[in-house]
Design a protein. Structure first.
Length: 135
């Protein structure tokens, strides 16, 4: 398969997955994407690949800022939403610093911040998502 066809297939598969996802699943997908990109940035950094490292960090920043943080209902979500906003802000600051200083420890900070949030989000999945049925 040529690269255009591969990209088209992948794009269609992603759109189908997103279109079929519940709001809960979409947030989980955002966490997964951000974590994957931070891990990729660490790999690029360890190889001295500064451009790809910066690209991964920039995409992770966009996911956290435009996806996770913007999905918060800070008025209706009370203290939990405010705490999540603070954690997302911390992760965003660390990503910017990691990008500027090429510091893998800062990327580890982001992973340690987001991984427990992702696991907690997965654990509170609606019963229908855990069993594969509609509720």
């Amino acid at each position: 398969m040529n690269s255009y066809a591969t990209r088209s297939y992948t794009s269609a598969a992603v759109h189908t997955t997103v279109d079929a996802a519940t709001p809960h699943q979409l947030i989980l997908m955002l966490f997964d994407g951000a974590l994957r990109l931070v891990r990729q940035a660490k790999t690029h950094l360890s190889r001295g690949e500064i451009g790809p490292k910066a690209t991964c960090i920039t995409k992770a920043i966009d996911i956290i800022d435009q996806g996770l943080r913007s999905s918060l209902d800070e008025e209706g979500g009370g203290e939990i939403a405010k705490n999540l906003a603070a954690l997302y802000d911390y992760a965003l600051r660390r990503l910017v610093q990691a990008n500027m200083h090429s510091d893998p420890a800062m990327l580890d900070d982001v992973l340690r911040t987001l991984e427990p949030l992702r696991e907690a989000w997965r654990a509170i999945a609606p019963a229908s998502a855990r069993t594969g049925t509609e509720g």
